[in-house]
Design a binder for this molecule. Structure first.
Ligand SMILES: [Fe+2]
Length: 305
C-alpha cells in the first residue's frame, strides 16, 4: 500500500497553521470557554428531575483570571446539573462599587449562568458595600438581610448580614425562623461559625449568638465563607457547616489542621459547591477550578425533637 503523501498546498497550509499557532497571542485570559464543548465533569449528584438544585460560592469578586476559570467550571456544571439559583456567602465585589467593578467581577465571569436564567441571591461580606443590596442581579431588593422560599421543595433560605448582627436583625431572624414551616431552613452568611482557616478561623462571638437560634429552629446546614478555603465541618450538635470562601480568592494551604472538626478541607485551588435537595437529603459536590469533584456527600435533614 502506498504511504499517503501530502500535496504541496497542504504542506503550505500546515506550515501556515503552525506559524499562526506559534504567533497568535493566546486567547484573552478572561474569555469565556465554551462550556458545552468540554468533557463531562465527574459529578456524583443524583440529579433528580424534581429536586431543588443550586450553587453556593463565596469570596469571588476579584476580576482575576482564576475567578473566570472557576466561573467556566460553574457553567460546565450547569450544563449537566441544571441548577436554578446561586447563593453567595459574601465578599462579592472586591475593591470598589463602580459599574466597571460589577461588570468585570460579576456580569462578565457569570454571563453564561446569567444568560441561562440562574438567579443569584447575595449576602454581604466585610469587603462589600451595602450599595450592593440595590444591585438588581443580586436579588436583595434593597435589603441587607432577607429570606426567600426556594422555587421548589420545602426549603427556605435566610441571607444574614453577619458583619452587623444587631438586635433588630437578630429579632427578625428569630421571628422568621420561628414562623417558617419549611423542612429545610438554610442560613447563609459571610463569617463562619466554624472554620479551620488559618487566617480567621471560627467566629466565636457570632457562634454564641447564632448557633442557639439554629439549634432551636431545626437548621441542618449552614453556608459561610470569609476564610479563602473550602471546608466541610463534622456536624456540630447535628448541624453541618460549610466554608465556601475560595470561589475566586484562595489562600493556598491556609488550613489549621488542629481544630479537630474538619471533615474535609482544601486550600489548593478555587472551589464552589453544587447542591441538590430532595426530600430529607441534601447532596453536595464541591467542584474545583480545574473541574475536579474534591468533596461529595449527603446531609440528612435534622428532625426537631
Ligand atoms: Fe471576608
Amino acid at each position: 500500500m502506498r504511504a499517503p503523501t501530502r500535496s504541496f498546498p497542504a504542506l503550505v497550509l500546515c506550515a501556515l497553521a503552525a506559524w499562526l499557532g506559534a504567533n497568535v497571542p493566546a486567547a484573552a485570559p478572561y474569555a469565556a470557554q465554551n462550556a458545552s464543548a468540554a468533557a463531562p465533569l465527574p459529578l456524583t449528584l443524583p440529579n433528580k428531575d424534581d429536586a431543588l438544585k443550586f450553587g453556593v460560592m463565596g469570596d469571588f469578586g476579584t476580576g482575576k483570571r482564576e475567578q473566570y476559570q472557576m466561573a467556566d467550571q460553574m457553567a460546565r456544571v450547569r450544563t449537566q446539573f441544571p441548577f436554578v439559583l446561586m447563593l453567595t456567602v459574601g465578599d462579592n465585589i472586591y475593591g470598589g462599587s463602580r459599574p466597571k467593578d460589577f461588570l468585570d467581577k460579576f456580569e462578565k465571569p457569570y454571563k453564561a449562568l446569567l444568560d441561562a436564567g440562574v438567579k443569584f441571591y447575595a449576602s454581604l461580606g466585610n469587603h462589600d458595600s451595602r450599595q450592593q443590596s440595590v444591585y438588581a442581579p443580586f436579588n436583595m431588593d434593597g435589603r441587607t438581610y432577607y429570606t426567600f422560599k426556594a422555587p421548589r421543595g420545602s426549603v427556605r433560605f435566610f441571607a444574614i448580614e453577619s458583619s452587623y448582627l444587631d438586635p433588630p436583625q437578630l429579632q427578625w431572624l428569630e421571628r422568621e425562623l420561628e414562623s417558617s414551616r419549611d423542612d429545610w431552613k438554610i442560613p447563609y452568611f459571610h463569617h463562619p461559625l466554624y472554620s479551620s482557616g488559618g487566617r480567621h478561623g471560627s467566629d466565636l462571638p457570632k457562634r454564641k449568638v447564632l448557633e442557639p437560634l439554629f439549634l432551636k429552629h431545626g437548621v441542618s446546614v449552614v453556608f459561610a465563607g470569609h476564610d479563602h478555603i473550602y471546608e466541610r465541618i463534622e456536624p456540630q450538635s447535628g448541624i453541618t457547616h460549610f466554608v465556601v470562601g475560595s470561589s475566586g480568592q484562595l489562600r493556598k494551604g491556609n488550613i489549621n489542621r488542629s481544630t479537630g472538626f474538619t471533615a474535609f478541607a482544601n486550600a489548593s485551588e478555587q472551589a464552589f459547591l453544587a447542591v441538590e435537595i430532595s426530600g430529607d437529603e441534601l447532596h453536595f459536590n464541591a467542584v474545583s477550578r480545574s473541574g475536579k469533584v474534591i468533596d461529595s456527600g449527603v446531609v440528612q435533614r435534622r428532625k426537631s425533637e
